[in-house]
Every structure is written in structure tokens, then in C-alpha cells.
Ligand binder design. Structure first.
Ligand code: SF4
Length: 351
């Protein structure tokens, strides 16, 4: 048990009770953080918020690489309360050369550290540094079993390089007698790769990967692309398409599922801005990982003020109030109003 375990546990209990009581001003801290150590990516995946320039990091004036000191400032303030940090949210974390230093720093606060990566940029000479950082798990985004199917979505990616990198980590773990990081293969399913899921899972076992998971792909632009991308097998998609002549209605089967909760009979439709925080490389703080939100500069910048000042500012309170009451009480624009998770509205258009 780490020295911060009690603080983390009581913070989570307090947070849960504040959610149950419908409080929009939260004295507890978030227990999960999604952070982008870089705001850029080496690939051009068609439905990524980064590639679609939904992020404010398409603005060249913002810093595309998080300085280590910005990370330290944030972690020193909220690290004792955080249970998990996910490095790599809407961009490639390995583009920040200090990534392993950041992970090692977060580990000092007893935080479970996960890295989500396309794993193209990893090299053998980084293997021991990765191992010594204390990283708990690597999520490798890898779809397909050949370069051809892989690069339909991971545009610019090198399938063989990723497989080689997985082998390097598996071998280094064996050589250094380590159980972590666990390697998880995340397979985003689209129409062109739905027939390769079983073969990919078999390949993952042969490689010695610890887990394999398929994830229904997000389709951001239904008006143009859905016929080419939506899997034929309904099992692999979170959308249902209903057509009447030229009129199309798209129904989501679920919303973003980044947040797990053990709260029973939860009354708010989304607890994301209560329990998580999402941070860009330039230090901008966002209440959730929703790509559309990233059109803005976020709710505040960690280099300019403390996290505590941002966490209960007007933007946060208005958003939480909307989720608690279902009403926009101030008339100011609130992102949740156009998010499926809160509103459960369908996408309707004419072809
Ligand atoms: S925009 Fe609002 S409702 Fe949608 S996921 Fe984010 S916090 Fe939740």
C-alpha cells in the first residue's frame, strides 16, 4: 500500500458523496487525469480529434510539447489524490522526450500510470528507460493484421514497426524479470478491418501481449463517411442507422465511456467533470475528453493559476449544474448541451 493510498481513498469517498448530494461546487479533487504530454501526432487517423483540428493545438501559438515543469506543478498539487493518469489522450505521448521522466514523477505519488500510444516512435534504446519509469500499462492502438489494413485508418503508420516494438517490450520484460508494464492491444473496429479481429487476437497471444480488446470506432462525420466505415456486423458498432427515403437517423447505443463509477443509482447523466480532468500540453484544463470541447482554450491554464482555482470556477460550476438539474441556469453556452451523453439526441440528416 502506497503512502498516499488513504488520501486517495478518502478523496474518492468525499467526491462520490458530493456527486450523490448534487453539489456543483466540489471540495474533493478528481481521481483520474487524461494528459497530453504532446499536442501533436505522427499519424493522420481520419476520425481523430487531433487530425480533425478540433483541438486548440492546431493553433501554432500554443506549446505543442508540455514542459516538464508544467507537469510537475500540476502533479505536485493533485498527485496525492489521483488514482490514475492516462498519458496520451488526443495525441501521441512519445513525441515528448521527457515522457518517461513524467511517468516516474507521477509514480512517486502512487498513481497508476497508463500510456496510450500508436507505438510507432518507440525504439529499442528506450526499452530500459520505459521499464524503469514504473509505467503500469501500455495501450497500443493497432488495427488490422497487415500494413494494408492497418494504414487505412492509421494513416502514416508502420505495422511491422509496431509489432517489432511490442516484441522488444515483451523481451525486455522477460530479461529484466518485470511484470509491468502490461501490454494491451486496442483494436478500433471499422468496416475494412472487422474481418481481421480474430486473427489479430490470435497474433496478440502469439506475441505475448497481456490483453486484447476491440473498440467500436467513432465516426465523426456521418454525412460523408459512414457507409465506408461503419462495420457490417452490428456487434462491432455503437451506432444504428435508420433510413426512410433520403432521411437518415443515426442512434448512438451509448455515449463516451471513459469514466467508470461504483456509485449506485447515479442521478447525473455524466460524472466526467466531477471525477476526471483532461489536460493539454500547453497546460489548458478541460472538463472532459470530448473532442468538440477542444475547439476552445479550456476552463483555465495550469501555468497561470492553481488547479484548485480552475476546478470550481464559473465554467465548471455551470457545467456541473447543468448535469445535475438538466437545465442551463445562466444562459451561457455549455458543451454538455450538444453532447450525446447528456442529451441522448440522435443525428438526423438528409442524404
Ligand atoms: S460534454 Fe458534458 S455530458 Fe458530454 S461527456 Fe463531456 S462532460 Fe459529459
Amino acid at each position: 500500500m502506497n503512502e498516499f493510498a488513504e488520501i486517495k481513498e478518502s478523496n474518492k469517498k468525499l467526491l462520490n458523496s458530493q456527486i450523490i448530494n448534487g453539489e456543483h461546487e466540489i471540495t474533493a479533487f478528481p481521481y483520474q487525469m487524461f494528459i497530453d504530454p504532446s499536442n501533436i501526432c505522427n499519424l493522420k487517423c481520419p476520425f481523430c480529434a487531433n487530425f480533425l483540428k478540433r483541438h486548440n493545438y492546431s493553433n501554432e501559438k500554443t506549446n505543442p510539447i508540455m514542459p516538464f515543469q508544467t507537469f510537475v506543478k500540476l502533479i505536485d498539487e493533485i498527485g496525492p489524490y489521483l488514482i490514475q493518469v492516462v498519458f496520451g489522450d488526443k495525441s501521441e505521448p512519445l513525441l515528448n522526450k521527457e515522457i518517461y521522466k513524467m511517468i516516474a514523477y507521477a509514480k512517486k505519488y502512487g498513481i497508476h500510470c497508463q500510456m496510450s500510444t500508436n507505438f510507432n516512435l518507440f525504439r529499442k534504446e528506450h526499452a530500459e528507460e520505459l521499464m524503469n519509469s514504473g509505467l503500469d500499462s501500455i495501450i497500443v492502438g493497432l488495427e488490422g493484421t497487415t500494413q494494408e489494413s492497418y494504414s487505412r485508418y492509421r494513416v502514416g503508420g508502420d505495422f511491422n514497426r509496431v509489432i517489432e516494438n511490442i516484441k522488444i517490450v515483451v523481451e525486455t520484460k522477460k530479461r529484466m524479470r518485470r511484470y509491468i508494464p502490461s501490454i494491451q492491444w486496442a483494436y478500433v473496429v471499422f468496416q475494412h478491418n472487422e474481418n481481421e479481429i480474430k486473427a489479430a487476437e490470435k497474433m496478440s497471444k502469439k506475441l505475448g501481449v497481456n490483453g486484447f480488446r476491440w473498440i467500436p470506432g467513432d465516426i465523426y462525420d456521418f454525412k460523408i463517411n459512414y457507409k465506408n466505415w461503419l462495420p457490417k456486423n452490428e456487434k462491432y458498432t455503437k451506432y444504428r442507422v435508420y433510413k426512410s427515403g433520403k432521411d437518415v437517423r443515426i442512434v448512438h447505443l451509448d455515449g463516451p465511456s471513459c469514466v467508470q463509477t461504483d456509485i449506485k443509482n447515479l442521478k447525473v447523466p455524466c460524472i466526467t467533470p466531477f471525477v476526471t480532468v483532461s489536460v493539454d500540453a500547453n497546460g489548458d484544463i478541460f472538463p472532459c475528453i470530448n473532442g468538440d470541447l477542444r475547439e476552445s482554450r479550456g476552463f483555465g491554464n495550469i501555468s497561470e493559476m492553481s488547479f484548485k482555482e480552475i476546478w470550481n470556477n464559473r465554467h465548471y460550476k455551470e457545467m456541473r449544474q447543468f448535469l445535475i438539474t438538466g437545465k442551463n441556469l445562466t444562459g451561457n453556452p455549455i458543451y454538455c448541451e450538444r453532447c450525446y451523453t447528456a442529451k441522448k439526441t440522435d443525428i438526423v440528416f438528409t442524404e
